[in-house]
Design a protein around this ligand. Structure first.
Ligand SMILES: Nc1ncnc2c1ncn2[C@@H]1O[C@H](COP(=O)(O)OP(=O)(O)OP(=O)(O)O)[C@@H](O)[C@H]1O
Ligand SMILES: [Mg+2]
Length: 202
């Protein structure tokens, strides 16, 4: 029997309109099993993920399940700030109870708005830490790399980073990845991303 590939933690980073959601939707279309935390209702337009079930918030999804409704292979849940940590716990259970085995994909839009970079939100931490045991790929989306908490940043296997404008942020990239990466990031054309893979030279 074919072995599942290793689970991945990915992150798409870029400013407004840089194409993060566009890329994420492409991933979600390819995946067989997807759960999306949709920050501003970008995914609710059904042309984006036609074959997905859409829920206005986590409570609406919970009511659907409590009344005997099934979980769809692709589900979009519109974010509510107070629901994020409960959503993390839900997402982990969802990945664990995968009847078809294989990989699941979790997309977390605008993560920076829901986790504090200097607070350890354990439901989120657990989700990231244990995702590999649940054959779960996690795709985190944020405007800035440093908006993702350090403990989650350290787990990222694959970054896709759009053009960086801020001198302060460019300097941090320079410190972390060297001047070549810093210069490439400053000059990226529209809708292009620089990929950085853990353990490989960017
Ligand atoms: N590679 C691409 N080719 C063509 N069009 C693209 C590409 N990437 C993004 N776009 C278009 O650019 C616009 C902005 O993209 P998108 O919504 O994905 O940006 P975003 O990074 O998610 O922005 P925001 O931070 O506002 O959510 C959309 O209309 C999208 O269709
Ligand atoms: Mg977006």
């Amino acid at each position: 029997m074919a072995r599942n590939r290793k689970s991945e933690i990915r992150a798409f980073i870029g400013g407004k309109g840089s194409g993060k959601t566009y890329l994420a939707i492409r991933e979600a279309r390819k995946a067989r099993r997807v759960l999306v935390w949709d920050s501003v209702g970008e995914w609710t337009d059904e042309k984006h993920l036609r074959d997905a079930a859409h829920f206005g918030d986590l409570r609406e999804l919970a009511r659907h399940l409590q009344s005997g409704g099934r979980m769809f292979p692709k589900t979009v849940v519109v974010a509510r700030r107070d629901d994020f940590l409960a959503f993390c716990s839900f997402a982990y259970k969802w990945a664990k109870t995968n009847p078809g085995k294989g990989q699941s994909l979790l997309v977390l839009e605008e993560l920076n708005a829901y986790v504090h970079s200097n607070k350890r939100d354990h439901q989120f931490l657990d989700l990231v830490d244990r995702s590999r045991h649940a054959s779960l790929d996690v795709l985190m989306i944020a405007p800035r790399m440093y908006g993702i908490p350090l403990y989650a940043r350290e787990q990222v296997d694959r970054w896709k980073i759009a053009q960086v404008w801020s001198p302060g942020e460019l300097a941090k990239f320079g410190d972390e990845y060297g001047p070549d990466v810093r210069d490439r990031l400053s000059k990226l054309p529209k809708h292009r991303f620089l990929e950085i893979i853990k353990g490989q030279k960017p």
